[in-house]
Design a protein around this ligand. Structure first.
Ligand code: NDP
Length: 261
C-alpha cells in the first residue's frame, strides 16, 4: 500500500454498513484523501447521525445528499463536488449503495424487479455519468502511468450472487432473484464502462465484499453472515489499493481473487 494516495474519493450509501466503514478507513489512512465525499440519501435523518459525527471531527469528510434513483439529486451532488474540488478531478468513485429485498421465482413482481434494477443498476449508471467529467479531469491531470485508484477509477460494489457461472453453487443458499438479476446487470455495466472509458485511463472494476454482517447481509433471522464489516472492508481496502489495469473490467473478491462473470 506504500505510495498509494487517493486525493479524492466518493462513496455512495455511506451512512451505514460497508459504505460507512469505507469512509472510516479512508479517514484512518496514514495519508488520507484531501476530500472524502460521503453520500447518503437523508443527511438530516437519524440514520446519518454516525456519519455526521465523523464529519464534525474530520474536515476532509464532506457529506452530500444523493438518492441513487433520482437524477436531479445525483446532478446536484456532482455540482457541489465539482465546486468543492475547485478545479481538480475526482480520483475514485465507489458505487456502493444497494438494496436486496426478498424475492423468489414465485414471488418476484414487476415492481420488485424494476425497483431493484433502478437502485442497483440505473443508480450506478447515472452516478457515473454525472461524475465522469471529474474522473476524466483526474485522469488527465495525473502523471501516473497505467491505471489505479489513485489516478482515476470507478469501483462498483457487486456480489458473487450476480455471477451467472457461480449460480449453481449459490442459488439454493439464497434465491433473491431480483437482486441477482440486478447485480448480473451491474457486472455487465462494469464491463461496458471498462470498454468505454479505457481510452480515458479510468480503471473500472466490480468488487464482491463477501457475505457481510450488515442490514443487507443479515437477511435471514438466526443465520449469521460470514464476515464482520471490519474484516470485509479491510480486504476491500487492500484490494482497492492494489487495483491496476489487470483488474480492468473484471469482478474481484474482497480477498483479491478474480471471480467469473
Ligand atoms: P446496507 O443495507 O448496510 O447499506 C446499504 C446502503 O445503501 C445504505 O447506506 C442505504 O441508505 C444505501 N441505499 C440504498 N438504496 C439507496 C438509494 N436508492 N440511494 C442511495 N442510497 C441508497 O448494505 P451493505 O453495506 O451490506 O451493502 C453495500 C453494498 O454491498 C451493496 O451494493 C450490496 O449489494 C453489496 N453487497 C453486500 C453484501 C453483504 O453481505 N452485506 C454481499 C455482497 C454485496 P439508507 O440508509 O438511506 O437506506
Amino acid at each position: 500500500m506504500a505510495g498509494f494516495h487517493v486525493r479524492s474519493v466518493l462513496v455512495t450509501g455511506s451512512n451505514r454498513g460497508i459504505g460507512l466503514e469505507l469512509i472510516k478507513r479512508f479517514i484512518g489512512k496514514l495519508n488520507p484523501p484531501e476530500v472524502i465525499f460521503a453520500t447518503c440519501r437523508d443527511p438530516e435523518g437519524v440514520r446519518a447521525q454516525e456519519l455526521k459525527n465523523l464529519a464534525s471531527k474530520h474536515p476532509n469528510v464532506v457529506i452530500l445528499q444523493l438518492e441513487a434513483t433520482d437524477s436531479a439529486s445525483i446532478k446536484s451532488a456532482a455540482k457541489k463536488a465539482e465546486a468543492h474540488l475547485g478545479g481538480t478531478g475526482l480520483n475514485l468513485l465507489i458505487n456502493n449503495a444497494g438494496i436486496m429485498p426478498p424475492s423468489t421465482l414465485e414471488s418476484a413482481t414487476p415492481e420488485d424487479m424494476l425497483s431493484v434494477y433502478n437502485t442497483n443498476v440505473v443508480g450506478p449508471l447515472l452516478v457515473t455519468q454525472a461524475f465522469l467529467p471529474l474522473l476524466k479531469k483526474a485522469a488527465q491531470g495525473s502523471n501516473q502511468k497505467g491505471m489505479s485508484c489513485s489516478k482515476a477509477a470507478i469501483v462498483n460494489i457487486s456480489t458473487v450472487l450476480g455471477s451467472i457461472e457461480k449460480t449453481p453453487e449459490t442459488f439454493s443458499f439464497v434465491p433473491v432473484v431480483s437482486y441477482r438479476c440486478s447485480k448480473a446487470a451491474l457486472n455487465m455495466l462494469t464491463k461496458c464502462q471498462s470498454m468505454g472509458y479505457k481510452q480515458d485511463g479510468i480503471l473500472c472494476t466490480a468488487l464482491h465484499p463477501g457475505w457481510v454482517k450488515t442490514e443487507l447481509g443479515n437477511f435471514q433471522p438466526n443465520v449469521q453472515a460470514d464476515l464482520t464489516v471490519d474484516e470485509s472492508v479491510s480486504g476491500l481496502m487492500k484490494v482497492i489499493c492494489d487495483l491496476s489495469e489487470k483488474h480492468h473490467g473484471i469482478l474481484v473478491s474482497w480477498e483479491g481473487n478474480t471471480l467469473p462473470w
